[in-house]
Each structure stands twice: as C-alpha cells, then as structure tokens.
Design a protein around this ligand. Structure first.
Ligand SMILES: C[S@@+](CC[C@H](N)C(=O)[O-])C[C@H]1O[C@@H](n2cnc3c(N)ncnc32)[C@H](O)[C@@H]1O
Length: 331
C-alpha cells in the first residue's frame, strides 16, 4: 500500500487530484486520516503521482497502528525496505491523538537493532511517521519540493504579470481534467497553466485576446523548455472558429475576474456564459473542464445550462475582495 500526504490548504481539491491520477493509473484511495491518504496502488502509479501539484510527498505505507506501543511492536516484526542510512521523521497532524514526542528515537532504536545505520543530517532513506487518529509509518519515495514550484511563480518568469495562479494550483487544475495528451487554456494570460501542463509532457494549446499575452506566454513556455505548443490570438467565446474541427481532450483555465482591463471591455457574466458554451463545443465527449470563477457567479448552474455535469467544486479565499471556486466539469 502507498500513502500520499496532501497539502493542508485546498484539501478536498488535493484529494480529488490524487483520485484523478489514480483513475488514470488504475487504483484508488483506500482511506484517509486528515492529510494522509492511503492508496490502493502499486509502482505503476508512480509516473502519475509524480504529476501532483497539491501534495507534500508519497511513499510506501508499512505500518498502521492504534497506539505507540503497537507501532513499536510491529516495527520490530516487519522487514524495513531501507537503503543506506536512515532517519525517522515525525509529522504531527492537527488531529494527532497520540504522544509522539519520543517516538522518532524509540522507533529509530527498533530499526537500528535490525542492523540499519542512522544518519540524521544526510539520510539515504527517510522513515516517516504520521500521527492523526491513528499512527502510520512508511518510507518516503518522492518529495514535492516547494522550491521546484517556487521557481515558476509569476515573478520568476521572463514575462511577468501578477495575475497568475500559484503553480501548484495550476498543476492541480491540469490534473483534475485527467488529461493524458493535450490541454487547452482559452484565457491563458502569461501561460501559467500551460507551463505546468507542458512540463507534464502534454501538448498545449493557448488563446488570449491580447497580443502581448500571446507573445509573453510563448516567452515563458520557451524559458521552461516547453516546445510543443500552439498559441493563438483570439477570443475564448469563439473557439470553434479558432480551431476548426478540433476537439480537445481537456480544458483548464482561469478567466479574468476583475472589472479592469483584463475583461477587454466585456460584461463579466456574459463573457463567462459565452466562453462556457464555446468551451463545451470544442471539448470531446467525456472530456473535462477545470475552471475558476469568483463566488458571485453561479458557475455550476451556468455550466449545467450548456450541458456540463459537475464533478467537483472547491472554495478558496484569495483575499478580502476575491473569493473563488475551482470547478471541475465533464461533458
Ligand atoms: C486571469 S488571466 C489568466 C492568467 C493565467 N491563468 C496565468 O496563470 O498566467 C486572464 C486572461 O484572459 C484574457 N482574456 C480576457 N478576455 C478574453 C477573451 N474574451 N478571450 C480570450 N482571452 C481573454 C486576458 O487578456 C488575461 O490575459
């Protein structure tokens, strides 16, 4: 059994991102204890789990126990798949019900007695203990370094616009569509969503109504080594004309929220409604749309009106004057 530790904000979205990846890999979520997900999946899921945006790490779950005593007892019985030197590291989640202060030392001693050696500063293997309703011990396989995402945040890109989503959130939007080969962002802006999709090896298609954005997005994509892209200057409410006969596997996008210049003079509700209709018409049957709308627009009702089915809806408060939902719809 595997585990994933998801990030604490946008938890439900993070869980559904994992679920979507397991639907592609074959497998499922077998249980959950706050931020820890137990996965019914094997090695074949690794390439899909590697795609995650809203996750801290994943690894192999070795022990699940109801008490510290039980954990230590079981730790003496299992074969630890440890390579080189190890370190025990504890994650005390907000719902932790056990006294774990001394646990790293005690568990370390049990594993040490099986012949494994400790290195606290540069371990080859990290033994992770999670404390929630229950206790869990596992081996970390993959850590999603914040630095990796940070270096793609808006102000690190050659073409800078302060309107972008966090790269982790953009990544999750792409994954929630379950895209395997391509994605369209019809309001691409500086190309944040397309960058994340391109880094996953997807072919990316982008549209923006402003030529500076089309040029800027191209600059950003090239900067991060993405070459398989088609970018067009055009209107997200007229996608059929921009891509005649084309049906996309998936769409992920973050339309403009403001009353400002980003709306290019349109009334916001009308822009959203027309864009939803146009996106529906260029999406494949069964294809998914992941999209953000401010909370004062009823995205669910409007999307269902054009034929979409709601798959997921996640709330985020960005700041005092911006609250939004991320939606996932299916055609
Ligand atoms: C919020 S930004 C997108 C930010 C993007 N997700 C990113 O991470 O960089 C929205 C973009 O939609 C563009 N836009 C506004 N109206 C449009 C329309 N009718 N068709 C296409 N693009 C439009 C704006 O020029 C702006 O660049």
């Amino acid at each position: 059994m595997l585990y994933v530790e998801i990030l604490g904000n946008l938890r439900e979205m993070a869980r559904d991102e994992v679920k979507a990846m397991l639907e592609l890999a074959g497998g499922g979520i077998a249980g959950r204890d706050y931020l820890l997900l137990k996965l019914d999946a094997g090695e074949e899921a690794f390439p899909y789990l590697d795609r995650l945006g809203l996750a801290h790490e994943y690894g192999k779950l070795i022990i699940e126990a109801d008490s510290v005593e039980e954990l230590l007892e079981r730790a003496g019985e299992v074969e630890w798949p440890i390579k080189g030197k190890f370190k025990v590291d504890t994650e005390t989640m907000a719902n932790c019900r056990h006294g774990v202060l001394d646990l790293p030392r005690k568990l370390g001693a049990v594993i040490y007695s099986q012949g494994f050696r400790v290195n606290l500063s540069r371990p080859d293997t990290l033994v992770r203990v999670y404390c929630g309703e229950k206790l869990y011990a596992g081996i970390r396989f993959h850590y999603f370094s914040p630095k990796d995402f940070e270096r793609r945040k808006a102000h690190h890109r050659p073409f800078f616009r302060p309107i972008s989503l966090h790269p982790r959130v953009s990544r999750a939007l792409v994954n929630l569509t379950k895209a395997r080969k391509e994605i369209l962002d019809p309001f691409m802006g500086a190309g944040g969503v397309l960058m994340e999709a391109g880094l996953l090896g997807l072919k990316v298609y982008g549209v923006d109504i402003k030529s500076e954005m089309v040029e800027g997005a191209e600059m950003n994509l090239r900067h991060y080594g993405i070459e398989d892209y088609t970018l067009k200057l055009g209107d997200a409410t007229r996608l059929e004309e921009l891509f005649p006969g084309k049906r996309f596997e998936a769409i992920a996008t973050d339309p403009p929220y403001g009353t400002s210049a980003t709306l290019a003079g349109r009334e916001r509700g009308e822009l959203y409604r027309k864009a939803l209709k146009s996106m529906y018409s260029v999406l494949m049957e069964g294809g998914r749309l992941a999209i953000a709308f401010p909370t004062d627009f009823d995205g669910e009702e409007e999307a269902e009106r054009v034929g979409f089915n709601l798959v997921g809806k996640y709330y985020q408060r960005v700041h005092k004057s911006l609250e939004r939902y991320f939606y996932v719809f299916e055609k």
